[in-house]
Design a protein around this ligand. Sequence first.
Ligand SMILES: Nc1ncnc2c1ncn2[C@@H]1O[C@H](COP(=O)(O)OP(=O)(O)O)[C@@H](O)[C@H]1O
Ligand SMILES: [Mg+2]
Length: 236
Amino acid sequence: MNPGNAQSPVPTGAVFRARGLVKSYQRGADTVTALDRVDLQLEYGEVVALVGPSGSGKSTLLNVLCGWERPDAGTLDWDDDLGGARADRMRWDQLAVVPQSLALLAELQGAENVLLPARTRKQIAQWTQPAGDLMERFGIDQLAKRLPDQMSLGEQQRCSVARALLLSPNLLLADEPTAHQDSGWTEVLFTAMRDLAAHHGACLIATHNPATWQYADRIVSMADGRLTEGAPADHI
Ligand SMILES: Nc1ncnc2c1ncn2[C@@H]1O[C@H](COP(=O)(O)OP(=O)(O)O)[C@@H](O)[C@H]1O
Ligand SMILES: [Mg+2]
């Protein structure tokens, strides 16, 4: 299923189908409904922008999809070709995440962080060149031997995106992946994510920057935990 594997058939259809996802948090006496009966399906080959104001539930949705949080209700069905696996048991070549926190490993150098998905498969030698190419494309090749705390936030973010893209995952979940980039690097990162989709990986990208919507095939909007198709009403 890895698009990088010429033996694999081109994947088609839905990567996942989420139906009626609900997630609430208790805050003192108040209940915050972060996800309110969310339905969403992503097809292989599409880039979907997940937009909405701060606090609308974008990160919660990504966290539920990648298995870091459990929904209170609803169903999440994965494509059979992903083994019907639970998201939190998927491999980096199936599901890759760019969390808002970036989640680089502080004790690993830049190139080691980017190569982490290959390391977990014991395939470092095979992926060293592709990792170097990706780092060069993202302008971080000079940082190969630097620790994350010796990089700017923007550079760390480009490292985190490179790590996620290295094995051409079936699905990329990215939470504000260009929040720390100027328009030039934003274009480079979105173009790389579009390239993944061109090889039939799907991308769900939370972004509050309308300038990035041009890179999406489809926009879904969140407001108060509700998800609707299309750009928010105040942007149409
Ligand atoms: N762990 C948590 N505990 C309590 N409330 C939370 C938690 N995570 C998110 N929330 C609340 O859920 C709502 C949606 O948050 P979030 O998904 O982070 O929105 P967004 O990513 O769109 O900014 C917000 O009101 C937020 O404060
Ligand atoms: Mg968020």
